[in-house]
Write a protein that binds this ligand. Structure first.
Ligand code: SF4
Length: 374
């Protein structure tokens, strides 16, 4: 009996949630309904979790084989005009070390990352008006052009909420991806997390960026007071947006912030959401970040179906991560070499640059990048 027929029989027997039924449906790439998504997000038994993660890995293999993409991270400015309650770099936080890296240093770091084998360089900053103010023209597009011409790699930018004009300039300067995380799609929770920010304005930036040809990364936080229903809402919003890459990160309480004493949830929640992302978005990029638990946390994220390792940071350059600003950085545990050891243990490998380019081409964003360090 086919899996579809098997499901129909089961459905007539009972309307109750059947994990095997839902997982088979995911394997057949039939859209999961909200109730099914919520059921998956609520799994707690060890065997059921094993089945969920295994299904996520099967789907990853179907689209990406044993290959994983690696993203270098350059947090070049830790200044920000906003006051997100969860963020170390919120404007009023005076316990944080702030810096703005000179352009030459950003470029040389990006080149070093490219030579180490990353597929993409993620240029991240807070909403730092130094790079965005009109004046003679915003400085960020110029920096992007320099990094693009020096590395030839695809670039991701995370400048926050910026105007149409700036987004167009960033795209023309060579940026391929726009990352702008909502963190939650529950408006009430959003207003508590992203204090004094406009939900629709932020979401609308991604809609516009996609329209002008950007690839879009959308992301949420786990452990900030969200419910299973909220996560299901986020998945629906990501689907409606047509996000090309999705990420969930466990919230890590940050010193000097209103959420500094917020209880940290177990990492399992992030793994479950990661696996459900893979089931709902089988052919998309799903992130496993080094920014929460560093290298020791990578295996579980890959076993949950992630196929992009983010937050690779060169050591001893004074560059910070986001939620774990220094974890493993200077010890060289957030490098391509360190990530490769974990991939090998799991029977995975670093994808070729061509493979990444092919994936980008498949989503109709043609980019020329000539850099090939191999
Ligand atoms: S999350 Fe981003 S926008 Fe919010 S305070 Fe931190 S750096 Fe600024």
């Amino acid at each position: 009996m086919s899996r579809k027929a098997e499901r129909e029989v089961q459905t007539t027997k009972s309307v109750a949630f059947s994990l095997r039924n839902v997982l088979n449906k995911a394997l057949d790439e039939e859209p999961l309904c909200r109730e099914e998504i919520c059921s998956l997000l609520s799994i707690r038994h060890k065997e059921d979790l094993g089945a969920l993660f295994e299904t996520a890995r099967i789907l990853r293999t179907r689209y990406f084989g044993d290959e994983v993409f690696l993203y270098g991270f350059v947090y070049f400015s830790t200044y920000c005009r906003n006051s997100c309650a969860f963020c170390l770099y919120r404007s009023p936080n005076d316990v944080v070390k702030r810096y703005r890296k000179p352009d030459e240093e950003v470029v040389s770091t990006a080149v070093e990352l490219a030579e180490s084998g990353v597929h993409l360089v993620d240029l991240t900053m807070g909403e730092d008006m130094f790079y965005l103010r009109p004046g003679d023209g915003p400085l960020l597009p110029d920096l992007i052009s320099k990094v693009k011409s020096s590395t030839g790699l695809p670039l991701m930018v995370s400048p926050g909420v910026v105007s149409d004009d700036i987004l167009i300039r960033l795209k023309n300067a060579g940026a391929d991806w726009y990352a702008c995380y909502q963190e939650t799609h529950n408006r009430e929770l959003f207003s508590k997390l992203r204090q004094n920010q406009d939900y629709d304005l932020r979401f609308g930036r991604k809609v516009f960026a996609k329209k002008i040809g950007f690839l879009i990364e959308e992301g949420i936080l786990a452990g900030v007071g969200e419910t299973v229903e909220d996560v299901a809402d986020s998945i629906e919003a990501m689907k409606a947006l047509g996000a090309h890459q999705v990420r969930v990160m466990t919230f890590v309480p940050q010193p000097g912030t209103p959420m500094s004493t917020w209880p940290r949830v177990a990492g399992l929640r992030e793994l479950i959401i990661t696996a459900v992302f893979r089931l709902v978005f089988p052919d998309k990029l799903v992130v496993g970040s080094l920014d929460v638990e560093g290298l020791p946390g990578l295996e579980s994220r890959l076993m949950a179906g992630a196929n992009v390792v983010t937050s690779i940071i060169p050591p001893r350059k004074g560059l910070m991560g986001v939620s774990q600003s220094t974890l493993g950085v200077d010890e060289g545990l957030r490098t391509v070499a360190a990530v490769k050891t974990v991939l090998q243990e799991l029977g995975l490998k670093v994808a070729s640059h061509k493979r990444y380019r092919d994936w980008m081409n498949r989503v109709n964003v043609m980019q020329e990048f000539s850099y090939n360090p191999r």
